[in-house]
Design a protein. Structure first.
Length: 331
């Protein structure tokens, strides 16, 4: 007897997906869907993968599956060899595969309106178990560019940081087939949305270029950031390439970026080595835009605000004085 995943029949890779004899209320699958779809319309493969992982209490791994492992559908998941994973424990992947393979999913039922009880007022209300997160609408309102998931492919997992999240090298199949940096974190949706908004406001030649966000599923509350790739890493990581000429240029470029930030009435609260990235031989760009706040948000007290701006100057001077001192010790 064949095993089913929701309405999917386990199949050979070369075969086209089939739909089992399911009730008429079950959602039909369009495997070619690649754009965000209206509520109650056709679900994408990534929408169904997200809901299935949520149903088996493993949704925290959705972004890892989607980006780092390039698992973009239920069938891709079931065909995936867990031994190929270097970022997630193969045993954990096998557990997820087994749970999903032995569970039936009626995706249309999971997204349709249903009547429930609102306990606080003891009243009936209409709700959904899963509904779209409105991230797309938010990004459109804030003029944040949206990049389709199919247009970005992770080529290498680099590292995980407490502020940056999972950092990956990726290929963006735009007109130039550009190498980019993709970052994701299941638990930083608000921080990443803030960073995207600030990066959009603070565009400048000496600030790390922000390309846009990826929203893998309209039902997921999280997004991934796509930014310029720093070939030489941070100011500290590129120390072996430092010369007096380069350090002088880096200092001017960082100062110009911070001047631009200040003119926008924004405070950069983390002028550190890991937020000064060397993107080319003689080019440094300011990063860490998620640590930026509008002066009006930080405080309405002008004395406190001027102290914080003075602190930015101190961090900048301390950082580059240290870089020059480190270089002098090597010659």
């Amino acid at each position: 007897m064949k095993k089913t995943v929701g309405k999917f029949v386990r199949r050979k890779k070369a075969e086209k997906p089939r739909v089992t004899d399911a009730p008429e209320t079950e959602h039909k699958v369009n495997h070619g869907a690649s754009k965000e779809l209206a509520e109650g319309d056709m679900l994408t493969d990534l929408d169904m993968l997200y809901m299935a992982m949520a149903e088996v209490d493993k949704v925290r791994h959705f972004n890892t599956f989607c980006y780092s492992l390039n698992i973009t559908s239920l069938n891709t998941l079931l065909d995936y060899n867990s031994k190929d994973s270097t970022i997630l424990d193969p045993a954990e992947i096998d557990i997820i595969k087994e749970r999903i393979e032995h569970k039936y999913f009626n995706f249309k039922d999971l997204t349709k309106f249903r009547e429930g009880v609102e306990f606080e007022r003891d009243e009936k209300r209409i709700t959904r178990k899963y509904k779209q997160s409105k991230l797309v609408e938010t990004c459109e309102i804030k003029n944040i560019p949206i990049i389709q998931k199919k247009d970005v492919a992770v080529t290498r997992n680099l590292k995980y940081g407490p502020y940056a999240g999972q950092v990956c090298e990726a290929q963006w199949t735009n007109l130039m087939a550009e190498k980019v940096c993709l970052r994701y974190d299941e638990f930083k949706e608000h921080e990443f949305l803030h960073e995207a908004e600030m990066a959009n406001v603070l565009r400048h030649k000496d600030i790390l270029a922000f390309h846009g966000v990826v929203i893998a599923s309209s039902y997921s509350p999280s997004l991934a950031l796509v930014v310029e790739f720093a070939e030489y890493g941070s100011l500290l990581q590129s120390v072996q390439h430092h010369t007096v000429e380069r350090l002088c240029k880096f200092t001017i470029q960082a100062a110009t970026a911070l001047e631009h930030v200040e003119k926008k009435k924004v405070i950069h609260q983390s002028v550190k080595s890991f937020n000064c990235l060397v993107v080319a031989d003689h080019q440094l760009k300011l990063a860490g835009i998620g640590a930026c706040r509008f002066e009006s948000e930080v405080t309405k007290d002008s004395q406190v605000s001027s102290y914080i701006q003075a602190d930015v100057v101190y961090m900048f001077a301390n950082l580059f004085a240290g870089s020059f001192a480190s270089y002098l010790r090597t010659i």
